[in-house]
Design a protein around this ligand. Structure first.
Ligand SMILES: NCCCN[C@H]1CC[C@H](N)CC1
Length: 292
């Protein structure tokens, strides 16, 4: 360990570790589920770390929150009911609230400490909770979805950590089946789907499971997030049987100054061109994803 630096060492990315210079540790705690740490970095603003894994930094969180939200919501006309699994920091809520067609935003986060520390240390991310359409449920997303009536949601966004720890079940088949049940015909799900550089096997399994469960379209998209391992993160976009969904071409565009409601600031990352470009894959990934 180099004094004054945080290194993201994990068996999920052996032999490599992204490091950030630490100015000051702002919070350290242990919730019922994981270790929670927040530090002021020298060049990426404040940083949220769960069990030693970087979840977000103030400087680049916009890339992840905007893409995981607008890739699904801009792919269907008129989204009304949206469910967020995970996402306790509130960033996805902030992005969902840009869509004026949305009437109900349910969020199920397992760890209340994540919600509390985000409101205290990341007010520009947790601003999403101020939207009156938001209903916060503290609990396990797997159980929450089992209790949801069939066909309830237009969109489900699974903003999870990695498959080691509390989020492990969110990468498994039964969970995807419960998501499909909770979606209306032609409804969409977008899940955090790791890195094509590091996790092609995980992605292979996710794609295979989704092909069996979601009878609409299945696409993998990716984006750049400098502080995530290998500097990229992907998303699995699936739709249920019903009205067709073409994820690659946004039918419900959102533009920079759609700063309605609670998202006080304009979009910093997402736009319609980068929406379509996100689905262009390098050949090594295309080969695996298109063949499953
Ligand atoms: N809303 C916070 C983002 C959570 N997703 C991250 C994706 C990359 C992982 N290594 C850590 C969690």
């Amino acid at each position: 360990v180099i004094p004054g630096w945080f290194s993201e060492i994990s068996p999920m990315w052996p032999g490599e570790a992204h490091s950030l210079k630490v100015e000051k540790i702002l919070f350290q705690g242990k919730s019922d589920y994981q270790n929670v740490m927040i530090f002021q970095s020298s060049t990426y603003g404040k940083v949220l770390v769960l069990d030693g894994v970087i979840q977000l930094t103030e400087r680049d969180e916009c890339a992840y929150q905007e893409m995981i939200t607008h890739l699904p919501l801009c792919s269907i006309p008129n989204p009304k009911k949206v469910l967020v699994i995970g996402g306790g920091d509130g960033g996805v809520l902030r992005e969902v609230s840009r869509h004026s067609s949305v009437e109900q935003i349910d969020i199920c986060e397992i760890d209340e400490m994540v919600v509390d520390v985000s409101k205290e240390f990341f007010p520009d991310v947790a601003v999403g909770y101020e939207d009156p359409r938001v209903n916060l449920h503290i609990g396990d997303g797997v159980a929450f979805l089992k209790a949801v009536p069939e066909g309830t949601y237009d969109a489900v966004i699974v903003d999870s950590s990695d498959p080691i720890g509390p989020a492990q079940e969110l990468f498994e088949k039964p969970f995807f089946e419960s998501v499909a049940k909770a979606l209306r015909p032609g409804g969409v799900v977008c899940t955090q789907a790791e890195s094509i550089w590091l996790h092609m096997h995980i992605i292979e399994d996710i794609v295979a499971n989704c092909r069996q469960i979601f009878k609409g379209s299945i696409n993998y998209a990716w984006t750049t997030v400098p502080t995530y391992p290998s500097g990229v993160i992907g998303f699995m976009l699936c739709s249920t049987e019903g009205p067709s969904v073409d994820f690659k071409h946004p039918v419900n565009p959102i533009d920079t100054d759609d700063s309605c409601c609670k998202s006080k600031r304009p979009l910093r990352f997402y736009n319609s061109e980068i929406h379509s470009a996100a689905f262009c894959l390098p050949s090594f990934a295309k080969k695996v994803i298109d063949s499953k």
